[in-house]
Design a protein around this ligand. Structure first.
Ligand code: WTA
Length: 650
């Protein structure tokens, strides 16, 4: 609630910088209003225009939106296209030698890759994948460090119509195995490892472990040698270099239907099992292009840098597909913001003359803590626009970003969206919309967002409610891979009048600005990463010594939210040194089951957990206890009230 209070009192407003507006694609509030009106007057006509303007089609579409099987909406049905052609080939006539990727490795070494070189490398890998028998519709898992080859692998899959599913390199072998098996992937593309903060992160070892534990669908593993430590399993593994060496540098693209799945990406929901969010090719590209053009205002002379990993949706829409489809030059970074010191981001902005910079509030807060003197050492005058994503940004961090990094000159685009939406939904068009610290401002033209109560009726200004999108949009989730029923149930619940339910609560202020308040389901947002409380609970109870576990979030200064676990062990409740040892064991265990990002910050042991008489764990009480508060008010429905004091540590 403290977050809600702080945003309720926030009333500063920053009009667009006139110098920015003067060269922006959408340069005034009036221009924004015209686009909103255009979409309102002719919704399909609006999206058809953008789809033709931004995307290159091999076969044009005639149907714009097919809603016959709602909520399974289909967009641009007859259209055929290839995503890699849109990201590469169409730029070659005019900018073959333009730099597509400036890739800075962890140790500071830099590789420049032109659009022509990108084309050739994608074609060679695509041919290599074909030689292994990979064809349209096959699933391919990509488990890579943040190096150009990650994007090359994605684009090579797209070139031949294979469906990629990128798994974040920070996920463990266990989590990787679940995703491999859910997709039924025939092939894995990985690297021997990656470098982060001066340390090697083994990736291939996790792949080996996952396959050993049982991945019956996997036939081949392609291994990129990054750290010089590739151990290849005879008959199954093949080195990237070997696979691509003799391949021609042209590869005829497979023109797929607009609805052909471009990728699956797993994300956390309110059950123990992550969901494979399925995205289309045509619709996804339309919104990816449109938002990179409108929200980031990317033009030919920009040097753009999004710090997200390709393992997240941000790395799909705002690293691999969107910016490349617009033909811009972008920075790609393998390492971490704190290595070799906390000036790394600012040094890189100076070094590569970055003009548009997109990062997460958690990184901003961590760097803010180091003080103003560090960024002051670098020349940040190349910057013209800043962006944030992944979690609500607190006004204090917003102001620091604005003042110290943006020198009060750069607009800040606070972009609200989700894995499921595929692209920005609510965000300021920086040349047109005045910003307020902590608000993602107004929906993009064509996005019909609202805040409703549990029956789907709009709530008044300044009242919290469910954030919904009332009309389908091109880059929306198509289904949950292998679980269509869950798709309809979780995103289009019957009582909500067919609206898309985002799973966030929000309020709108008197100017109609949106303020995101947080998740309404059991999803945590730790450092901008989505984690399901149920996922962490399932991991904990899988430990032989754990009988029961409940996980909640608590506010954290830098990470936004921290994970707190309440655990009941089999046998005696551990105390003293034994409890300490058990905490470490369980933290490591969760890292092994899911990945280090899911490690609980705080683990408390109890003889049992607070439950209602019907046996339901009372998470509301646990959230209070996590921040050291005994619940006020009625706990009479509780089966075992005495447990509260114990969990509080009193
Ligand atoms: C949260 C990341 C406030 C939100 C692109 C959403 C945000 C979830 C913002 C999606 C923002 C994302 N302000 N909250 N600008 N952006 N969120 O799927 O709770 O990893 O539902 O996609 O992050 O996380 P996901």
């Amino acid at each position: 609630m403290s977050n809600l209070e702080s945003i309720l009192t926030e009333n500063r407003i920053f009009p667009p910088n006139p110098a920015f507006s003067a060269r922006a694609r959408i340069d005034s509030k009036a221009a924004y209003d015209r686009l909103v009106a255009e979409a309102e007057a002719d919704y399909e006509g609006f999206w058809a225009r953008l789809a033709r303007e931004f995307v290159t089609w091999d076969t044009p579409f005639s149907t714009v939106l097919d809603a016959h099987r709602a909520p399974h909406y289909r967009w641009f049905t007859e259209g055929r296209l290839n995503a890699s052609v849109n990201c590469i080939d169409r730029h070659l006539p005019t900018k073959a030698n333009k730099i597509a990727l400036i890739a800075e490795a962890d140790d500071g070494s830099v590789r420049h890759i032109s659009y022509q070189q990108l084309h050739d490398q994608v074609a060679q890998l695509a041919n290599g994948l074909r030689s292994l028998g990979i064809a349209q519709g096959d699933r391919v898992i990509i488990y890579m460090p943040m190096i150009p080859e990650a994007s090359i692998a994605m684009l090579a899959c797209a070139r031949i119509g294979a469906i990629h599913s990128v798994v974040f390199g920070g996920f463990s072998a266990e989590a990787l195995r679940d995703r491999i098996n859910d997709t039924g992937a025939r092939l894995i593309i990985t690297a021997d490892g990656g470098m982060r903060g001066g340390r090697a992160v083994p990736l291939k070892a996790a792949v080996d472990k996952a396959i050993e534990a049982g991945c019956p669908s996997v036939e081949k593993v392609v291994v990129y040698e990054r750290i010089g430590n590739a151990c290849l399993t005879e008959g199954r593994d093949i080195a990237w270099a070997t696979l691509t060496a003799a391949q021609p540098s042209t590869c005829p693209p497979v023109m797929v239907e607009a609805e052909h799945p471009l990728f699956l990406l797993y994300t956390s929901g309110s059950t123990g099992k992550p969901k494979g969010v399925q995205h289309s090719t045509g619709g996804f590209l339309v919104n990816a292009c449109m938002t990179n053009a409108w929200v980031f205002d990317l033009t030919d002379d920009d040097v753009y840098w999004c710090t997200a990993d390709v393992g997240w949706i941000t790395g799909h829409s705002y690293v691999t597909y969107g910016p490349l489809a617009l033909g811009v030059t972008q920075v790609m970074f393998e390492g971490i913001p704190s290595y070799p010191d906390g000036g790394r981001f600012w040094q890189m902005i100076e070094r590569h003359k970055v003009s548009v910079f997109y990062t997460a509030p958690t990184a901003i807060r961590a760097l803010m803590k180091l003080g103003d003197a560090i960024p002051a050492q670098y020349d940040l005058t190349s910057l013209r626009l800043l962006g944030t994503v992944g979690e609500p940004i607190n006004p204090e961090a917003w102001m620091w970003y604005h003042r110290v990094i943006g020198a009060e000159r750069c607009p800040i685009a606070d972009t609200w969206w989700q894995t499921e939406t595929g692209a920005h939904m609510i965000a300021p068009l920086p040349g047109a919309i005045a910003t307020k610290p902590g608000s993602c401002t107004l929906p993009l033209p064509g996005i019909i967002a609202d805040i409703v109560d549990d029956e789907g009726n709009p709530v008044g200004h300044n009242q919290g409610g469910n954030l919904v999108i009332k009309k389908p949009w091109p880059s929306m989730i198509r289904t949950i891979w292998g679980d269509d029923a869950r798709f309809a149930r979780s995103y289009f619940p019957e009582k909500l009048k067919g609206y898309y339910l985002a799973g966030d609560s929000a309020r709108r202020d008197d100017d109609g600005y949106f303020w995101i308040m947080g998740r309404i389901d059991d999803v945590l947002n730790v450092s901008g990463h989505r984690l399901g409380t149920m996922e962490i609970e399932s991991a904990l109870v899988a430990h032989p010594k754990v009988a029961e576990a409940a996980v909640v979030g608590k506010p954290h200064e830098i990470k936004g939210e921290a994970v707190v676990a309440f655990v009941v062990c089999k046998g005696e409740r551990p105390q003293g040194a034994e409890a300490e040892a058990m905490v470490n064991t369980l933290r490591d265990w969760v890292a092994e089951q899911i990945g280090p990002i899911a490690k609980p910050d705080d683990i408390r042991f109890g003889d049992n957990l607070p439950k209602t008489r019907s046996g339901k764990i009372m998470r509301r009480l646990l959230r209070g206890i996590a921040i050291g508060e005994l619940p006020q008010g009625d706990v009479s429905t509780l089966e075992n009230p005495a447990i509260l004091e114990q969990l509080l540590g009193k």
